[in-house]
Design a protein around this ligand. Sequence first.
Ligand code: C2O
Ligand code: CU
Length: 519
Amino acid sequence: GLGAAAALSRHPAATGAELRSAVPLPPPFRVPLPLPAVLAPVSRAGGTDRYAITQREVTAEILPGVRTPLWTYGGTFPGPTIESRRGRPVTVTHRNELPVPTVVHLHGGRTPAASDGYPTDLVTPAGWTQHAGHGMSGHGMSGHGMSGHGMSMHDPRAVTSELTRDYTFPLDQRPALLWYHDHRMDFTAPAIWRGLAGLHIVRDAAEEALGLPAGPRELPLMIADRAFAEDGSLAYPSLDPTLRERPGVREPYVAGVLGDVILVNGAPWPVHEVDAARYRLRLLNASNARHYELAFVDEGDGRLWEFHQIGSDQGLLAAPVTHHTLPMAPAERYDVVVDFSRFPVGSRVRLVNRLGSGRTRDVMAFHVVRKASDDSRVPRVLSTDLPAWRREDAVRVRDFSFRAGRMGEDDTHGWLIGGLPFAPSRTDVTVRHGDTELWRLVADVHHPVHLHLTGFRILSRGGHPPLPHDAGLKDTISLRPGESAELLTRFDAYRGRYLFHCHNAEHEDMGMMANLEVV
Ligand code: C2O
Ligand code: CU
């Protein structure tokens, strides 16, 4: 087990919105950057790549000398990376040996509804029953997670439950960095926090022909914050009854849970030795709630170094965009090229978060250790297959507000879309297959809004043209406090029941999710 009882009695202090770890933290830039292992298929027969992943508890050493129980895909955090070719289908058989049901969603996948990981399509551990599910307090997960909204998680009409589940992904989509993570109703945030996240990269020949940095000079970087309890376990407020019961202390996690340790690929403030050459960094913000504003800083002179954005959530941009800083909300991906040949050998370049303070200002470091030849390039034209949707193509305009509100019988704090908390039994939006729609979103506080199934173009923000990093095809938009935005999308993939929601994982668990039916 997770030693939950021990963790509960010695919880870390919640300071504002950030949990403070109760174990000693290592100095930055000592732990080498891990690269998640690429998963080998169990079969490639019949034109499909088949994989098997067992979800299980392990204990790992994330902080040097500290043993941390995790929930994992296949025994590691991050889970194993799946590498796919565009249009070549993949089936992943998930088996659940965790103490709770789970749901797997491929974020950014153009996936048939049956494999999209609807929040009540469970993979249940052997021996788990709905009755046992109510008795999960031994794991600190009694009741309905943080939401308290008493939705029909246990409504037998809504719930499907299997001991293993085959998720089939056609991957008939642009090459991109996707990620898979838990999506169970009301419990997504604590499940991701405990380790249920991994990368899935889709590639094709056109992208490979561009000559971008590749092989050891292409690095996926999953950035996520966490906090550690005194016993080494990952601290999470809803697992702590003393926090749950004291009035007012819901606030730290109503806003979203933040930790004081920044992990990259599961390692705290790691360092990576690089050649003095161009590198392609495939960035994912897998944090539950933390926003970043990333920058590369030369330790020598403190200067911010420019880098080139080549891609976004849904793959390559049409042309590179140069930045000195890059905001990154939960679930967003950015594909960037950094040229380390501009630094003398021996330099250390920090990737920093300008929104952080103290230790959360550092993310990781790159140590430029040798001169090297480099025949990579960043072409002026990166892709020509971005959808050519225009505003005039939209057959419908819809408005959605993303705001705080009250929900449930006990009138607890919730996060609502259009004034309503998520309900699996209610269809919020019905769209016709093939239609192009314009969606107008408005937020009270910061909400990273994610649409399943299809990418979108950002047409405007706050009545102004989109920001430079909004270019390309997105599946998550970082709506800033008080901001409105217009999105353009086309529902030309599959029919069925899908979701859109806030990807602040705590907001999602507290109701900020809605059903979308493509008919
Ligand atoms: Cu990244 Cu609906 O999820
Ligand atoms: Cu939100």
